[in-house]
Design a binder for this molecule. Sequence first.
Ligand code: CA
Length: 365
Amino acid sequence: MERRSFLKKAGAVGAAGLVGTAVSAPAMAADGPTVRWRLASSFPKSLDTIFGASEILAKRVAELTDGKFQIRCFPGGEIVPGTQVLDAVQNGTVECGHTASYYYVGKNKAFAFDTALPFGLTARQQNAWLYYGGGMQLMREFFAKYGVVNFPGGNTGAQMGGWFRQEVKSLADLKGLKMRIPGLGGEIMSKLGVVPQTIAGGDIYPALEKGTIDATEWVGPYDDEKLGFYKVAKHYYYPGFWEPGPNLSFYVSQKEWAKLPASYKAAFETAAAEANMHMLAEYDAKNPVALVSLLQKGVKLHQFPTDVMQAAQKAAFTLFEEEAAKNADFKKIYTAWKKFRTLQHGWFNLAESKMENFMYANRVK
Ligand code: CA
């Protein structure tokens, strides 16, 4: 009897508690506005790991707002071409986007800091810089000039150097070589004698097959295997020194961001951080499997010759210094970024890299 009356009492308290809760916390989502955004991605659905980050964002934002805040993701080319996501967010064609900021270095080379610079930061260092090293503040100030609020939105990790029809044994072998490599990487390569080409993803394979180009870079084993480059170019080089840890970004229109309730802003920020973490984890899980598969197909792995790496790093920092001398935005970010990079190298050169180097050189069978 005592137990029964206790349960009855507890039930009454519970019911009252539920009523109380319904009036406070859940009421927020129930009464929150319905928000529907369109997200323009720079990427095709076939790049499932990269495109998938925008789908993770949309799914989690909806879940965190009881379905009130809906984001619909459109692959590159459906609303705007993949390289025009910045413009689409800036001029209000879409409320948000998912892209790589270095696509916009033609407008201002400072965009590259948001993604990657040749010989720049690794994925971990890029996250450290953005979240805790003052990088986000600098990039937000810069993006504000374009009416955009930026969020880290995934990373591939260090990319591969790409596919070459012929072996590159020294710097001299790069002379006159036609390589598909866009952006700052292409600029650095051109200083080493390469003739850089900008070709969209779907057109690379036939160009490489016909010999219109001699080499191409793309992403890493998982994405590269799907495009089949190994069938027409057997020599697979590493590392992709122009992309040591490229960070993708979500862009939100400043105007639309300002309209969001605080809880929706928190949902977006949380979901973006989750998508950021997931992309790198997914690549790190999938790339080694694809690498084994590529090796079974007869792919020959090569490290870029030391003279190529040294000449490329020298060319990269010459380009950065030249740009800093004539571009105030670039100079401001570069000065802070370079200092951060130097500090990171002092630290990562110890525990992290020495542990890894030992284990990879002394593999346990
Ligand atoms: Ca690439």
